[in-house]
Write a protein that binds this ligand. Structure first.
Ligand SMILES: Nc1nc2c(ncn2[C@@H]2O[C@H](COP(=O)(O)OP(=O)(O)O)[C@@H](O)[C@H]2O)c(=O)[nH]1
Ligand SMILES: [Mg+2]
Length: 139
């Protein structure tokens, strides 16, 4: 069993895709063990995206992620990190395959509906930014 961190970004919430994203994870047999709806502080946004600090799109990325409510989640299952990334699709929606979340619902790289940890190391760093251990359930 593996845990990963994934989050519906403000554009996904704005487009009423909360249920759609959760459904895709659940249909794949993944289990949601933590979920909330919240608005990120600039501090939390900068913590999530600390690895991108200094990149040309960093400022825009942080401003965007705090522009509206988001839905952070912890998802559990075999190979959860890679399976969530597959369900999300490529970072650039123009390259994302049909049938993936980004391929089906996003147009621009700056607004690509979902975030997902890219490794178990990233997941282990990102999960505690959003959830304390008591907020995660056993199922
Ligand atoms: N505007 C802009 N945003 C980008 C670019 N590259 C990445 N991003 C955004 O930054 C987020 C984080 O980048 P990255 O970790 O590489 O992609 P991810 O792991 O697939 O989300 C992406 O989901 C995009 O929303 C870029 O070249 N331009
Ligand atoms: Mg990433």
């Amino acid at each position: 069993m593996e845990r990963t961190f994934t989050m519906i970004k403000p554009d996904g919430v704005r487009k009423s895709l909360i249920g759609e994203v959760v459904r895709r994870y659940e249909n794949a047999g993944l289990k949601i063990i933590g979920l909330k709806l919240m608005r990120l502080s600039r501090e939390k946004a900068e913590e999530l995206y600390s690895i991108h600090k200094g990149k040309p799109f960093y400022g825009e990325l942080v401003d965007f992620i705090i522009s509206g409510p988001v839905v952070p989640m912890v998802v559990e299952g075999d190979n959860a990190v890679n399976r969530v990334r597959e369900i999300m699709g490529a970072t650039n929606p123009k390259e994302a395959a049909p049938g993936t979340i980004r391929g089906d619902f996003a147009e621009e790289i700056s607004e690509n509906i979902v975030h997902g940890a890219d490794s178990t190391e990233s997941a282990n760093r990102e999960i505690p930014v959003f959830f304390s251990e008591v907020e995660l359930v056993e199922r």
